[in-house]
Design a binder for this molecule. Structure first.
Ligand SMILES: Cc1cc2nc3c(=O)[nH]c(=O)nc-3n(C[C@H](O)[C@H](O)[C@H](O)COP(=O)(O)O)c2cc1C
Length: 419
């Protein structure tokens, strides 16, 4: 049987190991994780989700404090339409994160940034334009447009000097979404350099309804590949979602995929941005502990571990500090859910909100444990210490396991003593 290393991803003039580590916000796909993928010859993603919070934590900036101070007067106001992002700060923060990542890059691989367009930030077009332009200014190798794909996003950067040189890709979960995007951007005469086809088993937000289980990644990939062929469009396809072993990846490559995008197996690596105690929760999770629910205010179903501490937590909306999910009218479904519960429970100090969550606060605090469907298999990818904890893996180990393993095997790491 072939190994994934028998294939190469050709993007523009570059030849890469066909492994892309998917973007995982908020800072779960850290700079260190992306750097490892690049060093090993593949593609890593950083994420620009809640970028100001990320730079405050990583590089000691003070953007969140500044925004909170500016809008302090609005904290008790139900109407959040006043709360705007400072576009200059947004550009600075994006550049800082991208430059910090790119300046440390080694090896022949590449670093892309994952931009979720559902982060509408109370001014969807203006903020997205700044996010994309700043990432290009700072030298990112490529941009993957994700969650809530905005059909006009290529047009937002059409005048950027790197628009035709940087790699630009999109994530879709159906042929229809791809067709719509291509139709809308046809005028620009600039096709995406790659298309990530994300199936129903992926982590994070899903591009499916609550009937996600009816869909199958291989079927969607085959359908898109057939359509591209009929249209004589040569765009690399990169399947994602539930590709757990090197052999799973090879099966997609043999179907004509150009690479695979993987994420879940990297959530338990040392380089991953999750706190170590949360990584242990990912290892421990059984199949029954994983659910797809509708608590994300974005309106997209999201997969997570059921015991995520953020589920049900009725904290006051934190839009003055964060506000990444405010729509163009300054609204977020969590604000409505919170105020409804507040009215229903007058005088109670701590309320609970079950139908929506304050996703900004809880993703920032690693309290919503979003994960792929196959997270329950992570415990079989490592060794267990005497105290019952699981040994964290190196990103290199997981990357090379995808690259070189055969026969549906997962190679276990060399035992390490507990620190
Ligand atoms: C913890 C976690 C967070 C994720 N966050 C994002 C995200 O912020 N943006 C995005 O486009 N995809 C996100 N994803 C999806 C991954 O990038 C990837 O496409 C998918 O999970 C691949 O499937 P796998 O996890 O089964 O390997 C996330 C996945 C995980 C596991």
């Amino acid at each position: 049987m072939k190994r994934l290393d028998d294939f190469r991803l050709r993007l523009g003039g570059d030849e890469l190991v066909p492994i892309m580590i998917g973007g995982m916000g908020v800072d779960i796909s850290s700079s260190d994780l992306a750097l490892e993928a690049a060093r090993l010859g593949g593609v890593g993603h950083i994420s620009d989700a809640m970028i100001k919070t990320v730079t405050d934590r990583r590089y000691k900036t003070k953007y969140v404090k500044a925004k909170q101070a500016q809008y302090k007067y609005n904290v008790d106001n139900v109407d959040k339409s006043d709360v705007k992002f400072d576009l200059g700060h947004l550009a600075e923060a994006t550049k800082l994160h991208v430059e910090h990542s790119m300046s440390r890059k080694q090896g022949s691989g590449q670093i892309f940034i994952n931009c979720m367009e559902k982060l509408t930030m109370n001014a969807p077009k203006e903020t997205l334009k700044v996010r994309l332009s700043a990432a290009l200014d700072a030298g990112i190798d490529g941009i993957t447009l994700a969650a809530g794909l905005h059909l006009g996003s290529f047009a937002l950067i059409e005048d950027h000097p790197r628009f035709r040189h940087a790699k630009l890709g999109i994530i879709v979960s159906s042929l229809r979404a791809l067709q719509l995007f291509l139709k809308k951007s046809a005028r620009l005469n600039r096709l995406p350099d790659y298309v990530v086809v994300e199936g129903p088993l992926a982590g994070g937000h899903l591009g499916f309804g609550m009937d996600w289980a009816k869909y199958d990644l291989a079927t969607i990939v085959a359908e898109i590949a057939a359509w591209l062929k009929a249209e004589q469009l040569d765009i690399p396809l990169i399947p994602a979602g539930g590709i757990f072993t090197g052999s799973d990846a090879v099966r997609f490559m043999e179907m004509g995929a150009s690479a695979v995008q993987v994420a879940t197996r990297f959530t338990v690596t040392k380089e991953c941005g999750l706190p170590d105690d949360v990584k242990q929760e990912y290892f421990k999770a059984d199949e029954d502990d994983i659910e797809v629910n509708e608590i994300s205010p974005t309106g997209y179903p999201m997969r997570m571990i059921k015991s995520s501490p953020g589920i049900g937590d009725g904290i006051r909306p934190n839009c003055e500090a964060y506000g990444y999910l405010l729509d163009a009218n300054g609204k977020c479904a969590y604000i409505d859910a919170y105020n409804r519960e507040l009215l229903a429970h007058p005088g109670e100090r701590k309320i609970q909100v079950w139908d929506k969550t304050c996703l900004c606060t809880h993703m920032r605090n690693f309290a919503i444990w979003t994960c792929g469907q196959l997270t329950w298999r992570l415990k079989d990818t490592t060794l267990r210490h005497d105290d019952g904890s699981f040994q964290l893996l190196s990103a290199q180990h997981v990357f090379e396991d995808y690259q070189f393993s055969v026969d549906d095997k997962v190679n276990l790491p060399v035992a390490e003593a507990l620190a």
